[in-house]
Design a protein around this ligand. Structure first.
Ligand SMILES: *[C@@H]1O[C@H](CO)[C@@H](O)[C@H](O)[C@H]1NC(C)=O
Ligand SMILES: *[C@@H]1O[C@H](CO)[C@@H](O)[C@H](O)[C@H]1NC(C)=O
Length: 112
């Protein structure tokens, strides 16, 4: 590639990156109703990344609705029985220190 051609290519890539209609505009936004101990952001992949400390699982799952989730971390909650999961697709789910004693068999089919 000659020097001017490479420069042109670089400019073209920058233009593409700056063009708003190229981006996925179906990206979900963070629900404002999430518990206040939750941190939430919209990732470049158009999914949500959520991290919560001590918030009830079912409240979090319900507020997230069917939004696609990149990762969801919940720690320090109190949830002896796990009977539901988020409704939307989830790439990574981590539940830590929530005293889960039982996972119900209907966990994957329960709906809100
Ligand atoms: C859980 O609580 C511990 C101790 O208070 C804290 O260090 C940790 O960051 C908490 N976990 C989450 C996911 O917030
Ligand atoms: C687990 O949660 C309890 C409160 O529910 C907290 O005191 C403790 O530090 C947490 N442990 C870890 C490892 O996060």
């Amino acid at each position: 590639m000659t020097q001017p051609t490479r420069l042109l290519a670089t400019v073209a890539v920058c233009l593409l990156a700056a063009t708003p209609w190229i981006t996925v505009n179906a990206a979900p936004s963070c629900p404002s109703t999430l518990p206040s101990s939750c941190l939430c952001e919209s990732t470049t992949s158009g999914r949500l990344a959520v991290s919560c400390d001590g918030a009830p699982l079912n409240t979090i799952f319900k507020e997230l609705g069917s939004a696609p989730i990149e990762r969801l971390y919940v720690g320090n909650c109190s949830q002896p029985v796990l009977d539901r999961l988020p409704q939307g697709p989830v790439r990574s789910l981590q539940i830590t220190n929530c005293s889960i004693k039982e996972v119900k068999s209907e966990v994957s089919s329960a709906t809100w």
